[in-house]
Write a protein that binds this ligand. Structure first.
Ligand SMILES: *Cc1c(COP(=O)(O)O)cnc(C)c1O
Length: 525
C-alpha cells in the first residue's frame, strides 16, 4: 500500500515574480473607494461624467464610421496594455481607451454606416443604461428587482397589446432575437411532446422517438438561429424544412402546403411553422395570415420572428405590413434593432402565458414553489441573473413616446424605397429585389469596354473586393450577402438622420472603388 500524501488544505501563498508584482504598493486609493455606495456617490457622478464626456466628444468630432484599423494593429495595441499595472485614474484609463477602442470603433450613428441591423441609439435609452447598471437590479426574482419586475411586465403587456396577442398573452425580455427564437421553439417542442403524449395512438412512445418525428417549417430565407435552435433542442438541423420563397423572398404558402402534406404522409409531425416578419437580407415579411391558417390546420405552433420587423408595431405609415401577426403563438421582437435601443434588448411574447411553464423550475434558494405570492420572472426565462434591459424601452416610451420611435423606422423605410428607385435606374448597378423594409441588396456590375456584361465570376470577385476596400478606407461600411450563390452588397438603413444624398455618396464611393479596382486588374493582366 502506498502511504497517503498529507493533504495540505491551506497551501502556502505562491511566491515568485508574478505573485510579487500583484500587490502594487504606493496606490493611494483603497479598494473600497471604487465601490458604488453612499459615501462614493459624488465620485460616481464625476467619473460617469468623465466617461460620458469622452464618448460625447468622440462622437461630436467623428467624420466617418470607421478608421480602417486592421485586426493586427488593434491586437498589438490591446496586447500592449499591462493588465497588472492599473492606472488608478479614470481620466488616464479613458485616454488609453481612446487608443485601444474608441478611436477605431465602428460607429452606427454615422450616416455612412449602412451595413448590418445595428441602429443608432436614442438618448433616453442611454440614460436608462446608466441607471439600470448602477442600481443593478436582477430580473430573476422579486427580491432582487421589485419595481423593475413590474416595469418589465407592463412593457410585455404593452407590446403584446400592440400586436393584439390577446388577454392571456405574456412574455419576457431576452438577450436578443436568437435567444427569443430559441425559447419560442423550446416552448413549441415541449407543447408538441405533451400533445403527442396525450394522443392515445402515440401513448407509450418515449421521448427520443417522438423528437425524431418533429419538423419545423420555415422559409429558405429565415434566420440561421432557427436551425441552431433546432440543433440545441436535440432535433438537429435536419428537422428544419426550408420552404421555398417566391421571387419577393416571402415564403410561398403553396409550397408550404406541399411540404406539410409530404411530411404528414410519412408520419412526421409539424411541430412549428416559423414565419419571418422582416428577413435579415431582404426585409421580406411572410404572408402571416396564410401561415397562421396552415399552422392551425396542422396543430403546429405558429412563431413569428419579427426581430427586424417588430418596430412596425409602432409605425405610423407601415404598420399594416404586420397584418396577421395577432394570430401568432409567439413573437420575437428585437428592440435593439428597430426600436433604436442599445444592445441588448429583445423580447419573446407568447399568446398563452401558461406555455411559459416549460421553462419554470423551482429552485429552493431562489423561487421555491411555496413562494407563489411573489412575481418571480425567472419562472418565465431561460436565464437566471438577467439585466433590467426593459428600463431602456420604458424611458424611451416615457420621454419620446412610441410614435417617435415609429417615425424613426418609417424614415429609414422610406429612405430605402427612394434608394431602391435610384439603384433600379442606374445602369451600373443591379438591384436583387425591390426593397420591402429598409434593406437593399445590389451589386456593381458595369459593362465591359466592348459593351458586353461583366461576367458573373468577375462581378463576384469585384463586389467582395469593393466591400473590403471601402471598409479598409473607413469612409463607409456596407454589408455583403449571397443571392443564388453570387456575391451582392447590402445596405441596411436604420438611420433616420441619413438622407438620400448620404446614401448616394456611398453609392458613388462604391462605384469609383469598383471602377479603379477594375482598371487596376486590367493593368495587371
Ligand atoms: C437579427 C435577427 C435575429 C437574431 O437576433 P439577435 O438579436 O442578433 O440574436 C433573428 N432573426 C432575424 C430575422 C434577425 O434579423
Amino acid at each position: 500500500m502506498t502511504p497517503k500524501m498529507p493533504v495540505d488544505v491551506h497551501p502556502s501563498p505562491p511566491s515568485g515574480p508574478a505573485a510579487a508584482t500583484r500587490r502594487r504598493p504606493g496606490l493611494a486609493t483603497p479598494a473600497t473607494a471604487h465601490l458604488f455606495n453612499a459615501r462614493n456617490s459624488a465620485d460616481y457622478a464625476a467619473q460617469m461624467l468623465q466617461g460620458v464626456t469622452a464618448v460625447a466628444g468622440k462622437v461630436s468630432r467623428s467624420t466617418r464610421p470607421f478608421t480602417g484599423a486592421t485586426p493586427a494593429e488593434l491586437k498589438s495595441r490591446v496586447d500592449g496594455v499591462d493588465l497588472d499595472s492599473p492606472l488608478a485614474d479614470t481620466a488616464a484609463a479613458l485616454t488609453e481607451l481612446e487608443d485601444v477602442y474608441l478611436r477605431d470603433a465602428v460607429y452606427f450613428h454615422d450616416t455612412k454606416y449602412a451595413a448590418h441591423l445595428n441602429c443608432p441609439v436614442v438618448i433616453p435609452a442611454l440614460v436608462a443604461e446608466a441607471v439600470l447598471s448602477a442600481v443593478n437590479s436582477s430580473m430573476d426574482t422579486w427580491d432582487q428587482s421589485a419595481g423593475a419586475t413590474m416595469i418589465e411586465r407592463r412593457l410585455i403587456t404593452w407590446a403584446a397589446g400592440e400586436l393584439q396577442l390577446g388577454a392571456a398573452a405574456d412574455g419576457v425580455f431576452t438577450s436578443g432575437g436568437s435567444q427569443s427564437n430559441f425559447q419560442a421553439l423550446l416552448l413549441a417542442r415541449n407543447q408538441a411532446v405533451e400533445w403527442l403524449k396525450l394522443d392515445p395512438e402515440n401513448d407509450g412512445l418515449r421521448l427520443p422517438s417522438l423528437l425524431e418525428k418533429l419538423r419545423i417549417f420555415t422559409s429558405a430565407d429565415s434566420h440561421f438561429s432557427i436551425e441552431k435552435s433546432a440543433s440545441m433542442l436535440g432535433l438537429g438541423y435536419d428537422a428544419v424544412v426550408a420552404v421555398p420563397c417566391g421571387p419577393d423572398h416571402r415564403m410561398d404558402p403553396q409550397a408550404l402546403a406541399g411540404e406539410l402534406a409530404r411530411a404528414r404522409k410519412v408520419g412526421l409531425v409539424p411541430m412549428a411553422i416559423v414565419a419571418t416578419a422582416g428577413t435579415t437580407d431582404f426585409g421580406a415579411i411572410d404572408p402571416l395570415a396564410d401561415l397562421a391558417a396552415a399552422a392551425r390546420e396542422h396543430g403546429a405552433w405558429f412563431h413569428v420572428d419579427a426581430a427586424y420587423g417588430g418596430g412596425l408595431m409602432v409605425s405610423g405609415r407601415h404598420g399594416h405590413l404586420l397584418a396577421g401577426i395577432d394570430q401568432a403563438d409567439s413573437v420575437t421582437v428585437d428592440f435593439h434593432k428597430t426600436f433604436f435601443q442599445p444592445v441588448s434588448s429583445s423580447a419573446l411574447l407568447v399568446r398563452d402565458a401558461a406555455t411559459l411553464r416549460h421553462v419554470t423550475y423551482h429552485a429552493d434558494y431562489l423561487n421555491p414553489a411555496a413562494a407563489v405570492d411573489r412575481p418571480n420572472q425567472v419562472d418565465k426565462s431561460i436565464q437566471t441573473t438577467r439585466r433590467f434591459d426593459a428600463l431602456k424601452l420604458w424611458l424611451t416610451l416615457r420621454i419620446m413616446g412610441a410614435d417617435a420611435i415609429g417615425d424613426l423606422f418609417d424614415d429609414a423605410i422610406d429612405l430605402a424605397l427612394d434608394v431602391g428607385g435610384i439603384l433600379a435606374t442606374d445602369p451600373e448597378f443591379e438591384l436583387a429585389a425591390t426593397p420591402q423594409l429598409s434593406t437593399l441588396v445590389f451589386r456593381y456590375r458595369p459593362l465591359n469596354q466592348d459593351g458586353s456584361r461583366l461576367s458573373e465570376d468577375t462581378a463576384d470577385r469585384l463586389n467582395q473586393d469593393i466591400r473590403s476596400a471601402v471598409f479598409a478606407s473607413g469612409e463607409a461600411v456596407v454589408a455583403g450577402t449571397r443571392v443564388a450563390g453570387r456575391h451582392y452588397l447590402k445596405f441596411t438603413l436604420l438611420n433616420a438622420e441619413a438622407g438620400v444624398e448620404d446614401i448616394r455618396g456611398i453609392l458613388e464611393l462604391l462605384r469609383t472603388t469598383g471602377a479603379s479596382l477594375l482598371a487596376a486588374a486590367e493593368v495587371s493582366v
